[in-house]
Design a protein around this ligand. Structure first.
Ligand code: PMP
Length: 390
């Protein structure tokens, strides 16, 4: 039967990692794969995570099954960080642990498909390349609209308004809560307010993807748009990832939260989430969620985590400022947030940046701002100028 399969293209970012490793030039710079890097170019295990792992090693007395909902204490302890202390919609909120933000997106997509198979998912482009395939594989139609003009680095807000205004009641709107991947371009609070009004007026369901909380302007500020939307709408889904802000990537730590209209709907959503989790992965992996729970249960470890996350955030924004200072044409980079910015360039230019200058970024022109040091800014700008990007 396998002869019936078609070959799939290899992941181009993974190929980029290999090419970077094989490059022997000393000045090479890796702006490719989307993980945080410190000033030494490492993606370290966070100090609070190490402390929590030590604590678990000493104190965890069983690894027996927890159930499809995973670690519900982990889910509950994240709530004030994401939604604020005692939000008005708190009694209409329920969550379940998932394997990463990806698992939360997939589970949410299946929940939507089960509840309303007629729903279309509206997706602004460019977006994280896995968004459309995840919704598609859950048999939900995806309607894409242009979200950003990369040449001008501006939000196409009229296109956003047009897409939301022409959607049907019950359609789902995928929104990046903060730190847009791949562009780093987030809506202003004024634009978020307009979007919220449209969601309410057209009875659309927001599906908020929050994968980088704390890496933009800090935990509270990064959650502000999510909280504003949830205060206004009847129903919503939130896919949360701890893989970036706790540096837990391969441990696969996330949660899916749902806001429902009332208690009855909430219980139905909850039981369907558990049933869908059961047929997908049965139960989520525990270790990463246990680490996050252990950190959030301890004032001392929480303070360590918050301080280190703040350092990470400042480092990324410092790199943004350094690039903007090195070239006036790149001033927009200092206004963008999160790990990524997406320059407007052809694939050939991205290849030339690698071959001639040792500067590695995705073929799409997406660059990971955590991959550089502030002192790299001049070399990056010189390469961009040499290749006609500036
Ligand atoms: N959403 C976005 C926008 C992302 O960038 C990512 C990860 N790159 C995810 C979701 C998935 O996160 P996780 O690794 O936790 O599955």
């Amino acid at each position: 039967m396998f002869n019936e399969l078609n070959n799939r293209p290899a992941d181009s970012l993974l190929a980029l990692i290999k090419a970077f490793q094989a490059d022997e030039r000393s000045g090479k710079i890796d702006l490719g794969v989307g993980v945080y890097r410190d000033a030494m170019g490492r993606t370290p295990v966070m100090r609070a995570v190490k402390a929590a792992e030590l604590f678990l090693l000493e104190n965890q007395d069983s690894k027996k099954y927890l159930g499809p909902e995973g670690d519900l204490e982990f889910v509950r302890l994240l709530e004030p960080i994401i939604f604020g202390a005692s939000p008005a919609f708190g009694h209409r909120l329920v969550g379940i642990q998932t394997p990463g933000g990806s698992g939360a997106l997939r589970l949410g997509a299946e929940l939507i498909q089960t509840a309303n198979p007629a729903a279309t998912v509206l997706l602004g482009t460019p977006s994280w390349p896995n968004h459309a395939p995840i919704f598609g594989s859950a048999r939900l139609p995806v309607k894409e609209y242009a979200f950003v003009d990369l040449a001008s680095q501006q939000v196409k807000f009229e296109s956003v308004i047009a897409a939301l205004s022409s959607a049907r009641e019950g359609d789902v709107v995928l929104l990046h809560g903060c730190c847009h991947n791949p562009t780093g371009i987030d809506f202003t609070m004024g634009q978020w307010r307009e979007i919220t009004d449209l969601l309410v007026a057209h009875r659309l369901v927001p599906f908020i993807d929050l994968a980088y909380q704390g890496l933009g302007d800090g935990l509270e500020q990064d959650a502000a748009p999510t909280r504003m939307i949830l205060e206004a709408v009847d129903e919503a889904l939130i896919a949360y990832s701890c893989d970036k802000n706790f540096g837990l990537y391969r441990e696969r730590v996330g949660a899916l939260y749902v806001v429902a209209r009332n208690g009855d709907d909430l219980r139905k959503a909850e039981s369907n989430m558990a049933a869908l989790a059961r047929v997908n992965w049965s139960m989520p992996p525990d270790h990463g969620a246990a680490i996050v729970r252990t950190i959030l249960e301890s004032d001392e470890m929480s303070a360590m985590w918050r301080a280190e996350l703040e350092e990470m955030c400042q480092r990324v924004n410092g790199n943004r400022a350094a690039l903007a200072a090195a070239a006036p044409e790149l001033a927009f980079i200092s206004r963008q947030r999160g790990l990524f910015s997406n320059l407007s360039m052809s694939r050939e230019t991205a290849v030339a940046l690698r071959a001639s200058h040792g500067i590695y970024m995705a073929d799409s022109g997406r660059m990971n701002l955590a991959g550089m040091q502030p002192t790299d800014a001049d070399a990056i700008v010189a390469a961009l100028r040499a290749e006609g990007c500036l």
